[in-house]
Ligand binder design. Structure first.
Ligand code: RP5
Length: 169
C-alpha cells in the first residue's frame, strides 16, 4: 500500500496537533505517511522530500509547523503537489506567527492554510482533493458529511427536551 498523503511536521513537539490528521486518515482508511522535517534544521532533506514526493505517488502534502514556520512554503516551492499548511500554536504569539508565515505566501507559490492547530481540517481538505479523482473516497466523504449533519439533528433532539418557563417551543 503506497501513501497518498504525506504528513510532515517541523518537530515532534507538533505531534499532539498533527496526530489529528493521522487519526482522520486512519478512520477513513486513506494510506498516509508521517515524518518530521525542518526547513531550518534539515533544509537539504526538505528539498529532497519535496522534489521526490510526486514521483513516489504522493498526491497531497500536509505540513505543520510553528513559530516562523517556513516549512510548508519551502516544500511548496519545490513540488507541483498541493500543500496544506497547519499553523501550530506556539508559546509566545498564540500561533499568529505561524499563521502569517504559512498563509502569506508570495504570488506563484500557494499554501492552503487551515486554522491554527487545524490538522483535522487539513486532513479533510486533503481527502476532498483526493476525492476529485476517486469515487470510493468521494463516497466516504459524502458519508462523513452526512454524519456531521446527524450530530446537529441529535443536538436539536437534546435541546428539545429543555424545560424553561419562558422557553417558547
Ligand atoms: C518549528 O519550531 C516546529 O514546527 C515547532 O512548532 C517549533 C518548535 O520546535 P521544537 O523546538 O519544539 O523542536 O520548527
Amino acid at each position: 500500500m503506497s501513501p497518498l498523503v504525506s504528513i510532515i511536521m517541523g518537530s515532534t513537539s507538533d505531534l499532539p496537533v498533527m496526530e489529528k490528521a493521522c487519526q482522520f486518515f486512519e478512520e477513513m482508511a486513506i494510506p498516509f505517511e508521517v515524518n518530521a522535517l525542518s526547513a531550518h534544521r534539515t533544509p537539504a532533506e526538505v528539498s529532497d522530500f519535496a522534489r521526490n514526493a510526486q514521483g513516489r505517488g504522493i498526491r497531497v502534502i500536509i505540513a505543520g509547523a510553528g513559530m516562523a514556520a517556513a516549512l510548508p512554503g519551502v516544500i511548496a516551492a519545490e513540488t507541483p503537489l498541493p500543500v496544506i499548511g497547519v499553523p501550530i500554536k506556539g508559546s509566545v504569539l498564540e500561533g499568529l506567527d505561524a499563521t502569517f508565515a504559512i498563509m502569506q505566501m508570495p504570488p506563484g507559490i500557494p499554501v492552503a492554510t487551515v486554522a491554527i492547530n487545524g490538522a483535522q481540517n487539513a486532513a479533510i481538505l486533503a481527502m476532498q482533493m483526493l476525492a476529485l479523482t476517486d469515487d470510493a473516497i468521494m463516497q466516504k466523504l459524502v458519508a462523513y458529511k452526512a454524519g456531521l449533519k446527524n450530530k446537529i439533528v441529535k443536538a436539536n433532539e437534546e435541546l428539545a427536551k429543555l424545560e424553561y418557563k419562558h422557553l417558547v417551543k
